[in-house]
Design a protein around this ligand. Structure first.
Ligand code: NAD
Ligand code: TYD
Length: 361
């Protein structure tokens, strides 16, 4: 079998970082299947334009005919499934796309992969892996002092997004248990880093700060997220792919719990240093408390002890080094952000805040 892998959703934030690292580290060829929804951006993969190790295919993971064709043609030794609708606020406004891609799409993908896998010879069958990229949000919300999520924490998803991801995780589990498909599932905490779509907290705050717009903090801003630099997430996925026990789940996290307001203030202070406002005031003056997200999860925290003990993974970045790299990347890629904000994203943002009776213009 070839060293080729099929990556889905590889034009999005984490998928693009994964594809770039895979090709740049010369680990093999990537067939990158992406529907190019609002979140898919080929500019993320610009540096691979002339690489023979990257084959981009525009398409839907739910298109069984297309996926069967790609699998038969390229004979990958693994499928890494990043493709998803990923934004909680969008899932509140319109859950249907989340059910279609995250649940129905993953089901169709599993069917295509199972059919392909069943045609492989015994050795290739044993070597094959289907790695499903999931989230810590499937475990629900923690109280302030509760222990972090482990792989055995019961599922308790609270948003249409996390419910759809939970459903996909269950399907992956069932395809291993019932059909023997060699699956791996990873549940990761909040990522940040280059190519992060500017609807999510960290890139949105950087973009709004520089554009002189309000920095919207939901509710009291005391919700807690556990942040991991995206390249550390990608390294963890590679490690699980290489050495993970088939059928198992691995939690991935950075041991970096922060309140949202801490994140926003940190970004403001960094920007005050690196690109001060012309009026000499702090970007923190732009912080605006807005209506809370319905059903807002209070706290996520990941215990990544299994991954670190069994597979020897640990993050390379601390929050301080990762956020420094991230802010520097956004400051030197403002054209990347403005290309996005001139499109579909902008219309969606306006609808979202107009419904809250708030003006973010
Ligand atoms: P993203 O929204 O930035 O990218 C998703 C990509 O999937 C886009 O390129 C989009 O075009 C593509 N896509 C969407 N529907 C598709 C379909 N039906 N067929 C093919 N391609 C499709 O998401 P992300 O933040 O990069 O997240 C990637 C994965 O990681 C998701 O499964 C998400 O649930 C998971 N995850 C994300 C985070 C995070 O903090 N961003 C944390 C943990 C897990
Ligand atoms: P987000 O980046 O959307 O990720 P997730 O909802 O998957 O954790 O949001 C991170 C946190 O920041 C979450 O608690 C919601 C909050 N938030 C704001 O306070 N303001 C914003 O404008 C956004 C987008 C998020």
């Amino acid at each position: 079998m070839s060293k080729t892998i099929l990556v889905t959703g590889g034009a999005g934030f984490i998928g693009a970082n994964f594809v770039l690292a895979w090709v740049n580290q010369q680990l093999g060829t990537v067939i990158n299947l992406d529907k190019l929804t609002y979140a898919g951006n080929l500019a993320n993969l610009e540096s691979l334009k002339h690489s023979a190790q990257h084959v981009f295919v525009r398409g839907d993971i739910g298109d069984q005919h297309l996926v069967a064709h790609l699998l038969a043609e390229h004979k990958p030794c693994a499928v890494v499934n990043f493709a998803a609708e990923s934004h909680v606020d969008r899932s509140i406004h319109g859950p249907e796309d989340f059910i279609q891609t995250n649940v129905v799409g993953t089901f169709h993908l599993l069917e295509s992969v199972r059919a392909y896998w069943s045609t492989l010879n015994a050795a290739d069958k044993a070597d094959f892996r289907f790695l499903h990229v999931s989230t810590d949000e499937v475990y629900g919300s923690l109280t302030k002092d509760a222990p972090a999520f482990t792989e055995t924490t019961p599922y308790a998803p609270n948003s249409p997004y996390s419910a759809s991801k939970a459903a996909s995780d269950h399907l992956v589990r069932a395809y291993h248990h019932t059909y023997g498909l060699p699956t791996l599932t990873t549940n990761c905490s909040n990522n940040y880093g280059p190519y992060h779509f500017p609807e999510k907290l960290i890139p949105l705050v950087i973009h709004h700060a520089l554009a002189g717009k309000p920095l919207p903090v939901y509710g009291n801003g005391l919700q807690v997220r556990d942040w991991l630099y995206v390249e550390d997430h990608c390294a963890a996925i590679r490690r699980v792919l290489e050495a993970g026990q088939v059928g198992e789940v691995y939690n991935i996290g950075g041991w970096n719990e922060k309140t949202n307001i801490d994140i926003v203030r940190t970004l403001c202070h960094m920007l005050d240093e690196k690109q001060p406002r012309t009026d000499g005031k702090s970007y923190a003056e732009q912080i605006t408390y807005v209506a809370d997200r319905p059903g807002h999860d209070q706290r996520y925290a990941i215990d990544a002890g299994k991954l670190s003990k069994k597979l020897g993974w640990k993050p390379a970045e601390t929050f301080e080094t990762g956020i420094e790299k991230t802010v520097n990347w956004y400051l030197s890629h403002q054209d990347w952000v403005s290309n996005i904000t001139s499109g579909d994203y902008r219309n969606w943002l306006q609808t979202h805040y107009a419904e809250r009776g708030e003006e973010l213009a």
